[in-house]
Ligand binder design. Sequence first.
Ligand SMILES: [Zn+2]
Length: 369
Amino acid sequence: MKWSWHIGRIFGIDLKIHLTFFFLLVYIGFLAFSNGGTAASAALDILFIIVLFLFVVMHEFGHALMAKRFNIPTKDITLLPIGGVARLESMPEDPKEELLIAIAGPLVNVVIAGVLFFGLLVSGFFFQPLSVDLLLGNFWVRLLSVNLTLVAFNLIPAFPMDGGRVLRSLLATRIPHVKATRIAANIGKGFALLLGIAGFFFNPWLVLTAFFIWSGAGAEAQSVEIKAGLKGLSVRDALVTQYTQVDANQPLGSVFQLAMQSGQRYIPVVSNGNFLGFIQASSLLRTIERYGDRAPAYSGINLEPEKISPDLPLVDAFVKFSTVRVLPVTVDRELIGFITPESVQQRMWLNQQVKKHNQQPPEETVKPV
Ligand SMILES: [Zn+2]
């Protein structure tokens, strides 16, 4: 994640803090100070937030260490003002594994709450004459209640929060993974809407959380659907093989004409059979203005994406589209075609049509009389 600082490595997992987290500390300190508090009370409030986020880190490690048991590594854990995020390398397909990974986080907070409760019990806190002031003011009681709140909040079945993942895994034991995700994501969006409305009236922090749930649910449901659609396919299946390519020394003027005729957005440039890069049709005019229409085609190359093999699973290629819109496919440096998000989507659509067709009952054959 951008704007995050690496602060350490625990159990082989990088721990990072997002810059916005420090704004939260400053904000809390300022709030306590401006509410007529002393510097000491502001410091205590900041200490409270730090300890709270320590518990959030432990929560995330609950997820990460459980995932490790199922051989799923964690890229990193990042602290954000709205909580922590453990980025797993992949999501388990087995519902039982997902259930255990999802539940491990909140379980950590249950254990912490138990320890705090026991500590308070032993210290005799509960036997003091109760006063509201004491309950609100006590540092440890606040930590206990905030841990219980974390458990309750995380178990709301709002996918992709922990409770939502539990819901999806339970659904996935009965219906297909994609369908289970779709249902869980829709329920998640419903909760996000409710949280957003509630937050609008009571707490802006909830609005932010609602936004993350809404966009997270949509993004993950989509990626699960795409992954399912691309399963078993390789880059070769979505390859664009009908295209015009130009030689490195061909003048830009003729490249422009070819681009107009073919309507191609990306024009491959080759030299002695080796692929050099793409000229983007959209920038061709500007390049000609600068270098003239007699300049060689290679001077117009402005896109050199990673070359991929035709045997690469299509799912692995598809994730690369987050940074580039075209991927050249080569065998021994020679271009055999390219794939674009559109060519992949078309292939996916075709697959779905074929599946639908195969699911239809065969037409009754009419016996010739
Ligand atoms: Zn969690």
